[in-house]
Design a protein around this ligand. Structure first.
Ligand code: SF4
Length: 744
């Protein structure tokens, strides 16, 4: 697609980047005074799930200063470098400003009005549904969408277009945590809140690199520990990350050994008499089976599976041997695995055995990767969900929403739709004919990327709705829809601690860009559907909050006016309710019996162990200075210079064995393809394991996408893929290295 045909450059305004900081970027922004500021606005930072509120000072249609309110939750004045440099992401050269239509593949796209774009989409979707059925149409969204947009797309696809083929990149991020919450406690979402850090005795961070991926939350932890010397921090991670460096104990377990480690710790604590008998008796079920599984587990086998020095495990057990207020943070390191749900269940089991949930300073706390992964789940944007933490498989849930939406009984299919990886595999087989992608970049982010890209090529119509251009996915688009971004629209998001935060509009979007909720509503109206006549985001919010009444994520008390005054945590069931800091404080859970359930998951191996042909393992992840696929942060000079090229961490002994020097370009070759990056030798990674970040896609280099080698194997319950381990071997790139040496 030709970049000059996108409507870019249609604004006459210039966006002079203004240095907000000349020095080292710390947690607190260093700002210079700006005169003649006309107004300020607040919005949720569009990056990670910490959900920091950013305050923008605006002159004309330009942000001149970024700051954060020291008194306001959740970040209390703190921002990480990505937040500090947020004003740089408004550069119109990287924005989509006008709808575009490409009538036939191979033709150049042409500029369109919104009416033309919606008419084109409506006609084509209708024709595909008539010819191939409702399930030939699919939607793939993102935790970047605000709650209003997530709701309207769910309503449109599941209620009106009658397909549950609607999933989002949250499937790749935290669907294992979601499934485990429902299995253990009967309801999605954490019990705890950020304030619990203040009251915790032991903080267990397992499969999360908070220092890089949730920096402001990590800073809160850092501050508390500086004041509370007795607090203990345990980090369980195969890599010695910046988070691990901060820990009292770092347990560098073998990849995939989380369940074994948690069982081992629980077994020893059980033997020490640490089971909270009163809590177990009153508030749980299934403990006897859990106890039996721990007692019969072979301790030597568990220790061998962990692959760590026994002293590390002993230290963790010692910390937990007395009642201690245990707070556990976990994220993609546990979730992105074929045992993702089991790993989360094992964390829950440990908390239940110790009675460490529902009390100040305790609880299992999954961190969301994106700013509104939680809000999207509240609105049912995964393929098995419906708004208000309801499920498509539940007859009364379907009937309730069909009634509320005014669609005929039976409109919502009882079958869960295709999950992310399966959706693109189905498209590659020619089964998905129309695919609407919103606010994400699946041409980079899905495992085994060549299959996903084949799906994007094969579908008859790809609609890409985004604020940014180009992305690797816009290359496949037949229709491009320009979306307003952060600061250019009103909307709500829910952060990792269930805090619902309203964002304000304080800038006009470029050209014809519109809020995502507006695009969903107008498209639905063009398709001839009633029920989408919303005039504002507030009207959408009013409808959706009422639909949560009586559900675990009840937000019915969060009137628009209240959210304008400040953020609130759900459940918040009536307009006078102050919101809920901590769930399950009364020992009652959302299961039919009201009791939390033990699960005692078994240890299972990774899906693709290393072997003679592919003798090394590869794990993937994120770095502090980049976000997702660099569509924004890659364009921010101050961030891009921190890690200008894709790198591959490798232990020096593995490097020596493979003849790799520090800084050399190497290929990683796996069963599905090969990827490319610069070797970084470090003893901070286990021998036999390599690490590569996932941020660099084809726009950087055609071979630097780590998903050219990752494994699309799925967790059997959550269908979250195994990004955290695949087998590879190293191939040196002599051409690149010769060039490198000559440059040096
Ligand atoms: Fe944004 Fe997350 Fe940084 Fe906060 S910690 S400023 S939400 S990226």
């Amino acid at each position: 697609m030709e970049s000059q045909g996108t409507g870019l450059g249609s604004l006459s305004a210039t966006w002079e980047a203004e240095e907000i900081s000349q020095g080292q970027v710390g947690m607190l922004p260093m700002l210079h005074a700006v005169s003649a500021v006309t107004r300020t606005g607040k919005a949720v930072c569009p990056y990670c799930g910490v959900g920091c509120v950013v305050e923008a000072s605006v002159l004309g249609n330009r942000i001149v200063k970024i700051s954060a309110d020291k008194k306001a939750a959740p970040n209390f004045g703190m921002l990480c470098p990505k937040g500090v440099y947020l004003k740089e992401v408004f550069d119109e050269r990287h924005r989509l400003a006008q709808p575009m239509i490409r009538l036939h593949r191979g033709m150049s796209p042409h500029r369109a009005t919104w009416e033309e774009a919606f008419a084109f989409i409506a006609e084509k979707i209708q024709r595909i549904r008539e010819k191939h059925g409702n399930d030939a149409v699919a939607f793939y969204g993102s935790g970047q969408l605000d709650t209003e947009a997530s709701y309207l797309f769910t309503k449109l696809f599941k209620g009106y277009l009658r397909t549950n083929n609607m999933d989002t990149n949250s499937r790749l991020c935290m669907s294992s945590a979601v499934a485990a919450y429902v299995r253990s406690f009967g309801s999605d979402g954490p019990s705890a809140c950020y304030d619990d850090i203040q009251h915790a005795g032991v903080v267990l961070i397992i499969g999360a690199n908070m220092a890089e991926n949730h920096p402001v939350l990590f800073q809160m932890l850092r501050k508390v520990r500086a004041k509370v010397p007795g607090m203990r921090v345990v980090v369980v991670d195969p890599r010695r990350t910046k988070t691990a460096e901060f820990a009292d104990v770092h347990v560098p377990i073998a990849p995939g050994a989380d369940v074994a480690f948690l069982q081992l710790v629980a077994k020893r604590l059980l033997a020490l008499g640490r089971a909270d008998k009163r809590f177990i008796r009153r508030s749980t079920e299934g403990f006897e089976r859990y106890r039996a599984s721990l007692e019969s587990a072979n301790e030597e086998a568990l220790m061998a599976a962990c692959g760590v020095h026994p002293a590390r495990v002993a230290e963790v057990v010692e910390y937990l041997a007395e009642p201690c207020r245990l707070l556990s943070f976990y994220c993609q390191g546990t979730n992105q695995s074929v045992q993702g749900v089991d790993k989360c269940l094992a964390i829950h089991d440990l908390h239940l055995m110790l009675g460490e949930i529902g009390k100040k300073g305790s609880g299992p706390f999954s961190l969301t990767g994106q700013p509104n992964a939680m809000g999207g789940r509240e609105m049912g944007y995964l393929s098995h969900q419906l708004p208000g933490h309801r499920f498509v498989a539940n007859e009364s849930h379907r009937a309730y929403l069909e009634g509320a939406w005014g669609v005929p009984p039976g409109s919502i299919s009882p079958q869960p739709g295709l999950t992310a990886v399966r959706m693109f595999q189905a498209a590659a087989r020619g089964e998905i004919k129309a695919l609407w992608v919103a606010a994400t970049n699946p041409a980079v982010t899905l495992p085994d990327i060549k299959v996903a890209r084949e799906g994007l090529r094969k579908a008859e119509m790809i609609i890409v709705q985004d604020a940014y251009f180009p992305t690797e996915t816009t290359e496949f688009a037949d229709v491009l829809l320009p979306a307003a971004q952060w600061g250019e629209k009103v909307g709500t998001m829910t952060n990792s601690e269930r805090l619902v935060i309203r964002s304000e509009k304080f800038l006009d979007p470029p050209g014809m860009a519109q809020p995502d909720w507006w695009i969903a509503a107008q498209a639905a109206r063009t398709m001839g559907f009633d029920g989408f006549g919303f005039a504002s985001a507030e009207e959408v919010w009013d409808e959706l909050r009422r639909l949560t009444t009586g559900s675990p994520c009840d937000m019915s008390g969060m009137l628009n006016g209240r959210l304008k005054e400040g953020s609130l945590r759900w459940p918040c069931p009536h307009p006078q309710h102050p919101g809920t800091e901590r769930r399950y404080a009364n020992g009652k859970f959302h299961t039919p019996s009201g009791r939390a359930r033990f699960h005692a998951p078994a240890c299972r191996p990774v899906a693709e162990p290393a072997d003679a042909e592919y003798p090394l393992g590869l794990t993937t992840g994120r770095i502090a200075s980049q976000w997702h696929t660099r569509t924004r942060t890659g364009k921010v000079r101050q961030l891009a210079v921190q890690e200008p090229a894709p790198f591959i961490e490798i232990h020096p002994e593995d490097a020596e064995r493979n003849g790799v020097g520090d800084g050399e370009w190497i290929y990683l070759v796996g069963r599905r393809g090969r990827t490319y990056g610069r070797a970084r030798l470090t003893k901070g990674i286990r021998k036999g394991l390599l690490f590569m970040p996932f941020h660099w896609g084809d726009l950087y280099h055609p071979e630097t996408n780590v998903n050219r080698v990752t494994n699309p194997a799925l967790d059997p319950v959550s269908e979250q893929p195994e990004f955290k381990f695949c087998a590879i071997r190293i191939q040196r790139d002599e051409t690149a290295n010769r060039a490198l040496r000559s440059e040096e």
